[in-house]
Design a protein around this ligand. Structure first.
Ligand code: FAD
Ligand code: FES
Length: 278
């Protein structure tokens, strides 16, 4: 019988610095047979552990359409993530999962898609973004709206440039505090509504970022005519087991680890929680 608690060793194959506190790790399972049978969906997360430090839930930022490896973009926030940041190429981490539901994929084919992210919130969306680009002909116009505190805090800078060159794709960026030579907008993500036309017709929006950003972005999307079900987001809560057993992540009757982390706005705004910003 499969034991969902057993982690599997994975070798770090590459480490890329994204920002002063965020790195992207590319890993591969040590056990080739396990690696070959491993499958995941866009928007799912894994529990990553480091011996002696503990484990933390981290979104898979790579795309299921790109096989043979997994990528995680991790901000050094506390004990586990700082321990992961201390590792390098050739070191081992332990993974269990994948857990949680996923972003819709087949259901959004044929639509215009708005990806709207703040800071490290682009990491979970990147899994779906690259999957959409790997099936480009199945989707209509794509816009990526991305904000960070400063230009140095934008993740995936090379990829943002590459996405701009894909047909029928726009990438718009904004920062709170610019540096010399910054050529894009200054201000919060909703300021990007001034740069590009945001229209709900045949469209879906996928949102991830800090709670306050999500609050204002969802309000702006509703104002732009999006129905609650057309606004899809991924939420974070403190987690332990990741499989609906421990009760650490529950909000009312929902467990973010199994019923989420992906919710639409209609579901998210009903979650009875004092931290619910919607
Ligand atoms: C589904 C999901 C996906 C995620 N994806 C990513 C990802 O892709 N990349 C990423 O970098 N992070 C991601 N996170 C967040 C990450 O799991 C947390 O930051 C995690 O707490 C890091 O573990 P740590 O041991 O390094 O830090 P911790 O020791 O947990 O500390 C992190 C911060 O949280 C505070 N904190 C700790 N416990 C509590 C508590 N009970 N109540 C309030 N504050 C507390 C600490 O003071 C510190 O500031 C995700 C979380 C979830 C639930
Ligand atoms: S993390 Fe244990 S129930 Fe969700």
């Amino acid at each position: 019988m499969k034991n969902e608690y057993i982690p599997h060793a994975a070798v770090i194959e590459d480490v890329r610095k994204e920002t002063f506190d965020t790195k992207t790790f590319r890993v591969r399972f040590k056990d080739t047979k396990y690696a070959n049978g491993f499958e995941y969906k866009q928007g799912q997360f894994m529990e990553i552990s480091v011996m002696g430090a503990g484990e933390a839930p981290i979104s898979i930022t790579s795309s299921p359409s790109r096989k043979g490896f997994l990528e995680f973009t991790i901000r050094a926030a506390g004990k586990v993530t700082k321990a992961i940041h201390g590792l390098t190429k050739g070191d081992i981490i332990y993974l269990r999962g994948p857990y949680g539901n996923s972003f819709p994929f087949d259901e959004i084919k044929g639509k215009n898609i708005y990806f709207i992210a703040g800071g490290i919130g682009l990491a979970p969306l990147r899994s779906l973004i690259n999957m959409v680009f790997d099936h480009r002909k199945d989707f209509k116009h794509i816009k990526v709206l991305y904000g960070a505190k400063t230009p140095d805090e934008l993740c995936f800078k090379d990829e943002l440039e590459a996405w701009k060159k894909i047909r029928d794709t726009e990438v718009w960026m904004t920062v709170d505090r610019p540096c010399d030579g910054w050529g894009c907008r200054i201000g919060v993500v909703t300021e990007l509504w001034k740069d590009t036309h945001i229209h709900h017709e045949n469209a879906v929006s996928i949102v991830c970022g800090p709670p306050i950003m999500m609050k204002f972005v969802t309000a702006k999307l509703v104002e732009s005519g999006f129905k609650d079900e057309e606004i899809i987001m991924t939420l974070e809560r403190y987690m332990k087991c990741g499989i609906g057993k421990c009760g650490h992540c529950n909000i009312g009757e929902k467990f973010v680890c199994v019923d989420g982390p992906v919710f639409n706005y209609a579901e998210a705004r009903q979650l009875p929680h004092k931290e619910n910003v919607f």
